[in-house]
Design a binder for this molecule. Structure first.
Ligand code: SF4
Ligand code: SF4
Length: 115
């Protein structure tokens, strides 16, 4: 199991912190950016196509909850089950930058800000 470190490259397109995810730390997933199999994810492909690091760079939606890709039904179910607030992650990236977000998530050892 790898150690949790602060690395902005490990911030997922949707704001989650892959650097604190068990699958990443056990070497079972390369993280959102490097996971080229995650073609199903519209958030990931939208950010890639627009050359956004994350949805915090979005020029269309100030609030990502207004985006049908960011806030689809799967995201709602996962957010409820895991008490995860990805919109708060995006707000934190806008507030303290992607490096600051990575540092904060590594410090708190969390993949997501809790609801
Ligand atoms: S939901 Fe999409 S953007 Fe978020 S971590 Fe998974 S693949 Fe990446
Ligand atoms: S909020 Fe929606 S439109 Fe904006 S970058 Fe994210 S996925 Fe793309």
């Amino acid at each position: 199991m790898n150690e949790i470190v602060a690395d902005p490259v490990l911030v997922a397109r949707c704001g989650l912190y892959c650097g604190a995810c068990g699958a990443y730390l056990r070497g079972r997933c390369p993280g959102c950016r490097e996971n080229h199999k995650a073609t199903w994810c519209k958030v990931r492909s939208c950010c890639q196509d627009n050359q956004y690091a994350t949805c915090a760079d979005c020029k269309v939606h100030q609030n990502p909850q207004d985006c049908r890709w960011f806030n689809n039904w799967i995201a709602k179910v996962f957010g409820f089950i895991f008490r995860s607030n990805r919109a708060a992650c995006i707000r934190q990236i806008r507030s303290i930058g992607i490096e600051g977000h990575a540092a904060e998530m590594a410090r708190s050892k969390r993949q997501s800000i809790k609801r």
